[in-house]
Design a protein around this ligand. Structure first.
Ligand SMILES: [Fe+2]
Length: 296
């Protein structure tokens, strides 16, 4: 059966598509991988329903899109991990499969996922694609929202666009977790939280489409006072996450969703911690610093 890419939402015609006619657990032909890349160039979010994958199959599929990041951005130490390092554990389960308590610091730290962000923007070379597989979902809630940062850029007035162009922001989990009230970090976390420089506006390395590069991890703009930078970033984020730019995904078991972090922001919507939610994510590293993608 040929690969079918079906736009998902008439209001977001170039943002989200459903993909059918492919089994991601099987090794893929070059032309299938190219078709997915091409679909991602137009739709920054692709939903593949009914993909029953082992972790190994998930990882093998992900490697078609580039080198994988290791999951170094969560709160866990190596010994606490339930999953291998290629998989981000987006669940409320501990390594023995028991449920993490609501007040557990690991869960509280993970609530940072509920702030609008772009994955790994706190790394010098940030993520390109994220690939999230839904294993167990709550009976209600637990949705994920995605915002189209290309459409958000296009809709900005020219004066604000000019103000954004050429600006360099600093990103760190210190800022995003600080917003949640975290003030103390282990030494190994502090080392991983040294702020990195990112472009506020970037052109996509494949499509050259321009987008705003925002994230909860962004806490400063070089050369600006902190209050002025924070207010400006907050205003931009409010603009970029208006309903007209946002798709809300209601998960089904065995959905696999790929999104392009270089064209989107996303956030988890939360759920009742009495229920189990088990999602697993691979992350494809970008090739170059976002500063190399700054439009001139
Ligand atoms: Fe995320």
């Amino acid at each position: 059966m040929p690969l079918k890419v079906i736009p998902f939402n008439p209001k977001l015609i170039d943002f989200v598509a459903k993909v059918e006619g492919i089994s991601l657990g099987e090794p893929l032909a070059v032309k299938s991988v190219e078709a997915i890349f091409n679909a991602l160039d137009r739709f920054a979010v692709l939903v593949f329903p009914n993909q029953v994958l082992t972790d190994e199959q998930h990882i093998r599929f992900s490697r078609y899109f580039g080198d994988l990041e290791l999951a170094t951005g969560d709160y866990m130490k190596q010994d606490d991990r339930r999953l291998q390092m290629e998989l981000n554990d987006i669940s409320n389960l501990d390594r023995k499969g028991g449920k993490i308590e609501a007040a557990d610091v690991k869960r509280l730290f993970s609530l940072g996922n509920m702030l609008w962000h772009s994955d790994s923007s706190f790394k010098a070379i940030p993520a390109q694609y994220s690939i999230l597989s839904a294993k167990i979902i709550p009976t209600t809630e637990g949705d994920t929202e995605f915002a189209d940062m290309r459409a958000a850029w296009k809709a900005l007035d020219e004066k604000t666009q000019q103000k954004c162009l050429g600006q360099v922001t600093l990103h760190s989990q210190l800022y995003s977790r600080g917003e949640l009230g975290f003030t103390e970090f282990r030494e190994d976390q502090q080392e991983a939280m040294v702020p990195v420089r990112q472009a506020l506006v970037r052109s996509h390395p494949r499509t050259k489409k321009i987008s705003l590069y925002l994230s909860a991890h962004a806490g400063m703009i070089e050369g600006w006072t902190i209050p002025e930078a924070r207010i400006f970033l907050k205003r931009l984020s409010e603009h970029a996450t208006q309903r007209e730019f946002v798709y809300r995904h209601k998960w089904r078991v065995n959905d696999l969703v790929i999104w392009d972090n270089q064209a989107t922001m996303h956030r988890a919507m939360g759920f009742d911690n009495k229920q189990v939610r088990d999602m697993r994510r691979t992350t494809i590293a970008g090739n170059i610093s976002s500063l190399k993608d700054m439009p001139s």
